[in-house]
Design a protein around this ligand. Structure first.
Ligand SMILES: Nc1ncnc2c1ncn2[C@@H]1O[C@H](COP(=O)(O)OP(=O)(O)OP(=O)(O)O)[C@@H](O)[C@H]1O
Length: 365
């Protein structure tokens, strides 16, 4: 349990952040919607004044009919230098390079001081794909999503990754936890902390430690690799997770994972042969033998996807059984994350236009 001195310090820190956000035109709420190794993400509201000065923000929020954003606050003073000087700038430049796509989280703006960096992001309030798969598995009493829903979501993911690649960005950390869902059921790709410009030589093997289960074999074998086919491997793992409710090669030791990869994925009964074929095409050990994005988009399993996307948007429902009812099938790949703090179905519905924000702190000037 935290001591009262620590609690007071946390409170002071938070009020400082509230002030800094307010000075930059945002009302920070106390609702923490997620956290990472060096960051905390809060629900916040853009002021009318801020929207007047930021056309990017204004045009996006106008379309959404609300003023909510997610503010990711990174304690640069506490983070390792490598993180602040290498990974954070990469995350920001990748988000800027991938603006603007419906299925990639939008970065509206950033502001910094000596202690912290603030990333003002598009809000994706329905949690991540991992939570969604587990919730739906519990709801259906069978593991995984219905293929029709998986197809609609996977189509959006492929579209997001195609946009990144054509913008010269490889993500390199594609996994269910980095795929968020918004209020309309739209998929939003996020967490570009390990992203890089494509075409550059990559040597970041150690940064994939937390996501061994999604990493391509060439990365696990410490080979030089190209980012695009490595992203495609991860897409195969994600599609498998969507339709199976578990990961195909669930192991933490790279050598053991490589052994399982050599045997290929095993499917539960009920996964269609077409879907299995697409997953096998993505989970090819040799990068050159792997399907590329065009082949994925043209695959017979994907053909009804536009229709499925429409259905997903129409049918999206906030059904999310309590955690205790869920079969613990699919687990986060990175230990230690503060998953309990993410947005839950209890999160308030977006206020109608013109409503005053709840839970906002107005510190003394
Ligand atoms: N735009 C957003 N909308 C809603 N929730 C978000 C948004 N961005 C991040 N989150 C939540 O905050 C969590 C942490 O965000 P993110 O993964 O970007 O941080 P990180 O510091 O890169 O994390 P990690 O250390 O795990 O890589 C996410 O898992 C998600 O739950």
């Amino acid at each position: 349990m935290k001591g009262s001195a620590q609690r007071k310090l946390d409170q002071q820190n938070f009020m400082e952040q509230v002030r800094e956000c307010r000075d930059n035109g945002y009302l920070l709420s106390s609702r923490k919607i997620g956290s990472g190794a060096f960051s905390k993400v809060y629900l916040a509201y853009a002021t009318h004044e801020r929207m007047r000065h930021n056309p990017k923000l204004a045009s996006d929020l106008r379309g959404k009919h609300h003023a909510m954003v997610a503010i990711k606050i990174i304690s640069t003073a506490k983070a390792p230098v490598e993180f602040s000087q290498k990974f954070l700038p990469r995350e920001i430049s990748s988000l800027n390079a991938t603006y603007k796509h419906l299925n990639v989280v939008q970065l509206y703006e950033t502001y910094h001081n000596s202690q912290r960096s603030y990333l003002v992001l598009e809000l994706a309030a329905r949690g991540d794909l991992l939570e969604h798969i587990n919730a739906m598995s519990g709801h259906r009493c069978r593991p995984g999503l219905e293929e029709e829903e998986a197809r609609g979501l996977f189509w959006q993911l492929v579209s997001a990754v195609a946009h990144c690649h054509s913008s010269g960005i490889v993500h390199r950390d594609l996994k269910c936890e980095n795929i968020l869902l918004d209020d309309q059921g739209l998929l939003k790709l996020t967490d570009f902390g390990f992203a890089n410009r494509s075409g550059l030589k990559d040597s970041l093997l150690s940064t994939f430690c937390g996501s061994v289960a999604y990493a391509a074999p060439e990365i696990l074998m410490s080979k030089k690799y190209h980012g695009e086919p490595a992203d495609l491997w991860s897409l195969g793992i994600i599609l498998y997770a969507m339709v199976s409710g578990k990961l195909p090669f669930r192991e933490h030791r790279p050598r053991r994972v490589l052994h399982l990869m050599g045997r290929g994925p095993a499917f539960r009964p009920g996964v269609s042969p077409e879907c299995q074929d697409l997953i096998r095409g993505l989970l090819q050990l040799r990068p050159h033998a792997r399907l590329d994005l065009q082949q994925v988009a043209a695959h017979c399993w994907m053909l009804p996807a536009r229709h499925a996307l429409f259905c997903t948007m129409l049918r999206w429902s906030p059904v999310k059984p309590a955690k205790s009812q869920l079969p613990a099938t699919l687990h986060p790949t990175e230990p230690g994350g503060d998953r309990a703090s993410k947005v839950t179905p209890a999160a308030p519905a977006p206020p109608a236009r013109g409503d005053s924000p709840e839970e906002c702190f107005w510190p003394d000037a």
